[in-house]
Write a protein that binds this ligand. Sequence first.
Ligand code: APR
Length: 318
Amino acid sequence: MRKKVSIIGAGNVGATLGQLLAIFEISDVVLYDIIQDMPQGKALDISQMLNIFNSDSKVIGTNDYKDIEGSDIVVITAGAARKPGMSREELLSFNAGIIKEVSNNIAKYCDSNKCIVIVVSNPLDAMTYLTYKVLSNYGFTRNKVMGMAGVLDSSRFVHFISEKLNVSKNNINAFVLGSHGDTMVPSVKYTTVAGVSLENLLNSQDLDNLIQRTRKGGAEIVSLLKNSSAYYAPAASTFKMIKSIIFDKKEILPVSVYVNGEYGYKDIVIGLPVVLGKDGVEKVIEFNLTENEKKELDISANKISELSKELYNLKVLV
Ligand code: APR
């Protein structure tokens, strides 16, 4: 039986992800949105494309949470996207209310023993923290609630490295850790090109340029698109995580997870390397970071912690 993936928010990221899952016949797909008729329209359009790809995935659109019942995976992309000049943080108070409502509905209709939740809505670290806090009241364990950020940020880093070195992306393995924001930590030590660490391949000025461009990767696209934020690469990155879970691939990927002492952090959600398999985050891997990388990760963790505390100030969490 095909797995069931429900996507909350059938906007740019949600619909693009649904399309990928259906084309590659990874799962059946439920597209949920608050806008009447829109998810039904997109689901019908995607369904009418699938015979061209020989896919038998079933795609439905809905405005009724009941349809997500029994999901193996729920992806949260609901909320507003960033506008030019707007930080992910400014989205916090607006999206927090939406995420809380979505999380309560996931708790109502999905089985905490079975369902894995992936958060995509920004600000990612805080929204994943909020989702975990709500769902943990209903028996969801921390391995089952995670955020998508590191795979996307790493993919952006790979793209810039491949352009700079003029080599295939297939030879590049990148790790971007920490926050999904300006304090993200692209690890130079653990980013390799054909097995060779990036620190041995580029001078510090070039490295710094690539890192800065990666950190601003989302904002660069927002400033070009003007009225929306990136969605092809975010959808593809979520797709990669879903495949690793559904097929129990146990890929080591940078994923935003709720930490309980790993890397010395507690009670925050932060991007770290994990093993992603059928049980979700099956293991957090403790890389031996350089002194500088650890310092940068500490800065990132502090920033995340401050933002997550805002959720209590805003009384979204008590
Ligand atoms: N419940 C369900 N869906 C909602 C709700 C809600 N309460 N509120 C808004 N939505 C829907 C919107 O109707 C819209 O269709 O969420 C969808 C968001 O889609 P887009 O505006 O196209 O945004 P998108 O580019 O997909 O980004 C979604 O992911 O990358 C992040 O920063 C981005 O937080 C944003 C999210």
